[in-house]
Design a protein around this ligand. Structure first.
Ligand code: COA
Length: 326
């Protein structure tokens, strides 16, 4: 069976950082509270003049350069994002224009924090059926633009950035991205949502208050995240007749250090297998997994044959996992 091998990764973070000390000055919070409850010490925040499509383009250029592949040779661009510069067209089309990837078809996937894993799964399906040979998968978001910076329960959690991976079709059995698993539960849509200016309640049609800001029920989200991230990991392993010990590295969505630790405990996996950068970047939504993937790749953490588990969770609710043999 054809799979897709990752041959290049890239990431991009805005220059501006906001530390916990900066937030202490404007919010009733403390560095001690934020670090102990979330593991976050700072976040990168998109500037007024910066754009989501440019962040995605810079990450993509780095991934293409590592892959040694020209943008003109791409067949497909899929972007996981919910914070495009404009409502439409897709960020993927803006990136395509920036890169000059004129042969590719391009579209966005809206799976919020799980956006990269959903986009990767989409791209993999095109590789598997032979429709594409070279694809670019990006996760990018600027959720800080949706935040009420006076609300301490959410303002501390998020950062902005972009991450990208270039994939090529590969016929070596069991190599590359070889299995993806996606789930969602729309009954829990209101645990994390962003109404937008015109947002209406999905049942009553009544205009939602506070449309300009992201809303979250952190406590409940935390519990579902821990159990579903563990469940999807077990599902991915079972589908491939693999044991937990066969995973070399886990790249989890970076939403909360305590979520990551609790998933590790539940699965009986050592903390050293989990790659974590939440202290420096916070929750970057769809960008979180590909940024960590790129950082670890550039640090040459992965050896040939290593098994990587990517697992994501977020608004939708939507969650998923991908298994990769490096
Ligand atoms: N600084 C200080 N105190 C804060 C605070 C902050 N930034 N944010 C909340 N608090 C307070 C609350 O007001 C509450 O005070 P009270 O007990 O007097 O009412 C107390 O801390 C505990 O609040 P709670 O919401 O129960 O804390 P928590 O341990 O659940 O941590 C989150 C809050 C948001 C960090 C945590 O629930 C979380 O990370 N949830 C998952 C969120 C997530 O992953 N979202 C995205 C998924 S992609």
């Amino acid at each position: 069976m054809i799979t897709a091998k990752i041959v290049g990764t890239g990431s991009w973070l805005p220059k501006k950082t906001v530390t916990n000390a900066d937030l202490e000055k404007v919010l009733d919070t403390s560095d001690e509270w934020i670090v102990s409850r979330t593991g976050i010490r700072q976040r990168h925040v998109i500037g007024e003049q910066e754009t989501v499509s440019n962040m995605a383009t810079y990450a993509a250029q780095r991934a293409l350069s590592m892959a040694g592949i020209k943008a003109q040779d791409l067949d497909l661009i899929v972007v996981g994002t919910v914070t495009g510069d404009v409502e439409f067209p897709a960020v993927a089309c803006l990136v395509q224009g920036n890169l000059g990837a004129s042969r590719a078809f391009a579209y966005d996937v809206r799976a919020v924090c799980s956006g990269f894993v959903f986009a990767l799964s989409n791209a993999l399906a095109y590789h598997q059926c032979g429709r594409v040979k070279r694809s670019l998968v990006i996760g990018v978001d600027a959720l800080t633009r949706t935040l009420d910076w006076t609300d301490r329960s959410v303002a501390i959690l998020f950062g902005d950035g972009a991450g990208a991976a270039v994939l090529v079709s590969d016929e070596e059995e069991g190599h590359g991205v070889f299995s993806t698993h996606l789930r969602s539960d729309g009954a829990l849509w209101d645990l994390i949502y962003y109404p937008g200016e015109e947002g209406r309640h999905p049942c009553s049609g009544v205009k939602l208050e506070g449309g300009r800001f992201l809303r979250m029920c952190g406590n409940k989200t935390f519990k579902v995240a821990v159990s579903e991230l563990a469940n999807i990991t077990l599902e991915a392993l079972a589908a491939n007749h693999m044991g937990i010990d066969e995973i070399t590295w886990v790249i989890p969505h970076q939403a909360n250090r305590r979520i990551i630790d609790a998933v590790g405990k539940r699965l009986g996996m050592p903390a050293e297998k989990f790659l974590v950068n939440i202290d420096r970047v916070a929750n970057t939504s769809a960008a979180s997994i590909p940024i960590m993937l790129d950082e670890a790749n550039r640090q040459q953490k992965f050896a040939s044959g290593d098994v990587l588990l990517l697992c994501a969770f977020g608004s939708g609710l939507a969650w998923g996992a991908a298994l990769i043999r490096w």
